[in-house]
Design a protein around this ligand. Structure first.
Ligand SMILES: NC(=O)c1ccc[n+]([C@@H]2O[C@H](COP(=O)([O-])OP(=O)(O)OC[C@H]3O[C@@H](n4cnc5c(N)ncnc54)[C@H](O)[C@@H]3O)[C@@H](O)[C@H]2O)c1
Length: 324
């Protein structure tokens, strides 16, 4: 496995999902994209399917993916796209999805996510909703699909994190905000730190030919911002006084936002690269958590924290399974 120097690719901020895998033939490769019904997930599905991959869109509402399925069915050379129900906040749904999967899985893109729920919200299992959706559900899914990933021979797991990971390390004493006051951004940041640590902890799967890398897609206006009030949207500079959305120059289109996911999922440049963090199609350097601009916080790359989180997630998921 590649643990060498920082990976710099020929692609930058502006590259689209299709461009970063131009010329790559994914015929015969089987892919799952969670949250592929909208936003950057849909663009990830589009680029991988057009390159020939067979893509399963794992989504809470499969009927909403029908237009995308029809669109890609008309593209010559595109792989088959289908939708299958998955609710990451409900482990019985995760379990059902994994049990129904047959044969190898070449690429798992853990893309689905929610951001900044204003009130502390719990899943039926009693888990804080952002942690459950953004991390624990994806961990459970990857773990349940491990044999299929191994069967693929050289599978890749792509974990969509966020620059918000820098706002919070993982609080092992209180991951579900039972003791500390709930903060929507601390909960989002913690879940996205967990996503990066997941990719780092997955180095234990290298022996099975499975690599895992994490990424920040950049800023993209999508449904993700639906829980933000107008004041927050104005503070972010993406809404004017009249309530019109005004994306800033550093905002990306969904097709650009999906590029780093697709690069990590399918570019030959990433062969055998694992446990790393990318932004704008490049591996980025570790920075102080409070640094301006991009970069990855040291707390998200810490191998000891990654191992501890892996054990925590495995125990949490297994405790849920036993209780069923
Ligand atoms: N848009 C941005 O600026 C931005 C920035 C950084 C990171 N991200 C990350 O990118 C990813 C995709 O977000 P997006 O911007 O495309 O937003 P989006 O809201 O369009 O996409 C998120 C998808 O996740 C799905 N989802 C949510 N909860 C789910 C659940 N319980 N089970 C299954 N699916 C569920 C949604 O239905 C949706 O299709 C997220 O992980 C997000 O945190 C986005």
């Amino acid at each position: 496995m590649n643990t060498g120097s920082r990976l710099i690719t020929p692609y930058d901020f502006d590259a689209t999902a299709t461009e970063v895998i131009d010329g790559v033939d994914l015929a015969g490769r089987r892919v799952v994209v969670t949250g592929g019904a909208s936003g950057i997930g849909a663009e990830t599905v589009r680029a991988l399917a057009v390159a020939g991959a067979e893509v399963t869109v794992a989504t809470r509402r499969p009927e909403l993916v029908e237009p995308l399925v029809r669109e890609l069915a008309d593209v010559p050379g595109a792989g088959l796209v289908r939708a299958q129900a998955l609710d990451l906040a409900d482990l019985s749904s995760v379990d059902a999805f994994a049990r129904a999967w047959r044969g190898p899985l070449d690429i798992l893109v853990a893309n689905a996510g929610i951001m900044a729920l204003p009130e502390r919200t719990l899943t039926d299992a009693g888990w804080e909703m952002q942690l459950a959706t953004n991390f624990l559900g994806h961990f459970a899914l990857a773990d349940a699909l491990h044999a299929s990933l191994r069967e693929a021979g050289s599978a890749r797991v792509v974990v969509v994190s966020s620059g918000a990971h820098r706002w919070a390390s993982f609080d092992f004493d209180d991951p579900h905000f039972e003791r500390r006051p709930y903060d929507p951004w601390a909960a989002y940041g913690q879940s996205k730190t967990a996503d990066v640590l997941f990719a780092v902890g997955a180095r234990r799967w290298a022996v099975d030919g499975i690599t895992a890398n994490a990424l920040n897609p950049g800023f993209i206006l999508t449904n993700l911002q639906r829980h933000l009030d107008d004041d927050t949207m104005r503070a972010f500079g993406v809404m004017d006084e009249d309530g019109n959305l005004t994306p800033l120059p550093h905002y990306k289109t969904p097709a650009q936002g999906a590029a780093t996911s697709v690069l990590l999922a399918a570019s030959p440049l990433l062969d055998a690269v694992t446990g790393r963090y990318f932004e704008d199609n490049q591996e980025v350097q570790a920075v102080r958590a409070d640094a301006e601009g991009g970069g990855v916080a040291a707390h998200a790359l810490d191998p000891a924290a990654a191992d501890r989180l892996w054990e925590y997630a495995q125990d949490t998921v297994r405790a849920w399974s036993k209780a069923q």
